[in-house]
Design a protein. Structure first.
Length: 331
């Protein structure tokens, strides 16, 4: 057990004993004691290098989602990815020593809304500050992960990266047959015949599918729009090859013009320094107090939502309270 975990356990043990002592004191009035710990402000950690300027490495990993994560048994607030990106960009905007940003992307994508919000915040940051932005793809940067990267000035991918999946998807289960087998029926009272459109309890009608397809087409148009804007070297012929939703290796993406360069995170940092016109700079990352960033591959602990974990918990399954339109590679 590491020291940080020991300290954490000791704190909660002390808190529990304190609460029990208060409640057991004769004549004591009830006191509202909150054990919930809000997220603390971000701190800067120097990863490597030295010099007057700074290159900020931002972690964009896991599923891109705006929704708050279920805390379960945790007492600590976990900031959603969109909010954390906004917070990091705000901190960077206030620091004149930040000369470049490296977006370290490891994501299969996520919701249309979250992908677009992160792209928008990066684009707005670039308007406010004369700061170069380079995106670096690690193992996977598909769909919404690629959408976000189009806001960068330069994209670098590892040869073994999986990227692409330029497209929009909306899924649902049709559990009508299963309910019939177990003897369960569903009854809905609605004000219009499309009020329960995309319900899992019945098949979608042909008209409902057309309605959803029109939304999908609109979101797909938006996706292609940001690709055209961010990848001005790509022709319409190039776009026609990638817009069917297929994935590509980093090497294939480079040949198609989806990325500018094959390389690794150190290459992205060096490109950022060169583009910013600085020979020497500190490479920094932001983190929460109590967490540790040791090198450029360190994750944003407690905040980067695990793709595998969310799949296990069923959060990415299409059986949701509301339809989910996704820029997500979900094979």
């Amino acid at each position: 057990m590491n020291l940080r975990k020991k300290r954490g356990n000791g704190f909660w043990q002390w808190s529990l004993v304190t609460v029990l002592l208060i409640l057991s004191t004769p004549g004591c009035a009830f006191i509202n004691v909150s054990l919930y710990q809000p997220a603390l402000p971000l701190q800067e950690g120097v990863i490597e290098g030295e010099g007057p300027g700074k290159v900020l490495v931002m972690d964009i990993s896991g599923v891109l989602a705006y929704e708050e994560k279920d805390k379960g048994g945790s007492f600590r607030e976990e900031v959603n990815l969109v909010a954390r990106v906004k917070e990091e960009l705000g901190k960077a905007a206030a620091d004149d020593e930040i000369k470049a940003i490296v977006l370290r992307i490891q994501s299969p994508g996520g919701t249309v809304n979250a992908s677009d919000l992160i792209h928008h915040e990066i684009s707005e940051f670039k308007k406010k500050r004369n700061v170069v932005v380079v995106a670096c793809f690690l193992g996977i940067a598909t769909s919404g992960g690629y959408y976000v990267a189009t806001a960068a000035d330069h994209i670098i991918a590892q040869p073994t990266t999986l990227t692409g999946s330029i497209g929009t998807i909306a899924l649902k289960f049709n559990v009508e047959g299963l309910m019939e087998k177990v003897g369960v029926t569903e009854e809905t009272v609605k004000s219009g015949d499309k009020k329960d459109m995309w319900s899992p309890f019945r098949p979608a009608t042909s008209e409902e599918k057309k309605i959803f397809q029109s939304i999908i087409d609109e979101y797909q148009g938006k996706f292609l729009e940001v690709v055209r804007e961010g990848r001005k070297n790509m022709t319409e012929t190039d776009l026609a090859k990638v817009k069917d939703g297929r994935v590509f290796s980093g090497t294939q993406a480079f040949k198609l013009g989806l990325v500018d360069q094959l390389g690794y995170l150190n290459d992205a940092i060096q490109w950022a320094k060169n583009a910013a016109g600085i020979e020497r700079a500190k490479v920094v990352m932001y983190h929460r107090p109590g967490t540790h960033v040791e090198n450029v591959y360190s994750l944003s602990q407690g905040e980067a939502w695990s793709w595998a974990e969310r799949l296990r918990q069923g959060e990415l399954l299409p059986q949701r309270e509301t339809p989910q339109f996704m820029y997500l590679w979900l094979p």
